[in-house]
Design a protein around this ligand. Structure first.
Ligand code: ADP
Length: 269
């Protein structure tokens, strides 16, 4: 009898104990999660404010270095001109870095704004216009399949395509860059591809290049190391995924997916 009663008591108590323990654990994790979310938000806000304020100081440095150069009577001697150029170059590079940091932190801390129809063909047209000088200088050819209209936030897609196309131009090989944009609809997703014939990326670095500040190709090619991190943040806003397929020396194809629910009703009908 004892044997029969004891397990049944234990059985009755066990779920209660588990329930209490489980609930306490869930509450502990939820509060920890809320704390972490707050810290991340504070950090993003901090980066945003710091980048913004530092840009002001940089504008001042550049303006006064140039003013000083103008104020000196007659042309500057070679060494002084070199120093002014270095100050202005350094400030310009730092401003580019802060602009990208600002864009990156905004994508993390600001909720997605109003969505509306975004014609990706127009986005690519604007981006190629922005990059016209570099396209011409490199004798590059950019082609694109007809792209869809998305229900999205317009300001997200310019930086996405601009970073991908700018990289395809910067990391060019010996031949003039050929860049092609395509899209496929498959398994409830839109799969975009931006492919180039540039220097390519070794397999070992395929994941790392999406991390902020990870640069493979050194000091001779300008860049902040934030372009692909910005692209990834944009894609994650729409619950998509971005990755690269490439081999060193054989060009690169950057692929990203978006759920096809992000298609604007303008193209569904
Ligand atoms: P940035 O171009 O400013 O260095 P990104 O985050 O845009 O930073 O890219 C990270 C790194 O990935 C680059 O420094 C480069 O080494 C590599 N990369 C990006 N795009 C390409 C490409 N199309 N072909 C070859 N390498 C690339």
């Amino acid at each position: 009898v004892t044997g029969a009663v004891a397990p049944s008591r234990a059985n009755k108590r066990e779920p209660v104990a588990l329930e209490n323990g489980g609930r306490a654990e869930i509450e502990r994790l939820a509060s920890r999660n809320a704390g972490l979310e707050r810290s991340v938000e504070e950090l993003e806000r901090f980066v945003f404010i710091a980048s913004h304020d530092l840009q002001e100081s940089l504008r001042t440095i550049t303006a006064y270095a140039q003013l000083l150069a103008r104020k000196c009577h007659g042309p500057l001697d070679t060494e002084s001109a070199w120093c002014v150029d270095k100050i202005v170059d350094g400030a310009t590079r730092m401003r580019e870095l802060l602009t990208d940091l600002l864009a990156y932190s905004e994508l993390g801390s600001h909720p997605q704004g109003a969505v509306g129809p975004v014609n990706l063909n127009s986005v690519v047209e604007s981006v190629t216009e922005n990059l016209k000088a570099s396209i011409d200088e490199n004798h590059a050819v950019v082609t694109s399949e007809p792209l869809p209209i998305l229900n999205a936030q317009a300001s997200d897609f310019i930086p996405l395509f601009q970073n991908l196309l700018a990289n395809a131009l910067k990391y060019r090989g010996k031949r003039p860059p050929r860049i092609h944009i395509s899209v496929q609809r498959m398994n409830g997703q839109l799969r975009f591809a931006v492919s180039d014939n540039g220097i390519g990326i070794d397999r070992a670095h395929h994941r790392q290049i999406f991390e902020p500040f990870k640069r493979l190709h050194g000091k001779n090619i300008p860049g902040t190391g934030l372009g692909l991190a910005i692209c990834e943040r944009v894609i994650q806003r729409y619950a998509g995924r971005i990755w690269v397929e490439s081999r060193a020396g054989e060009g690169a194809t950057f692929l990203f997916t978006l759920p096809d629910t992000s298609l604007s009703s303008a193209v569904e009908s």
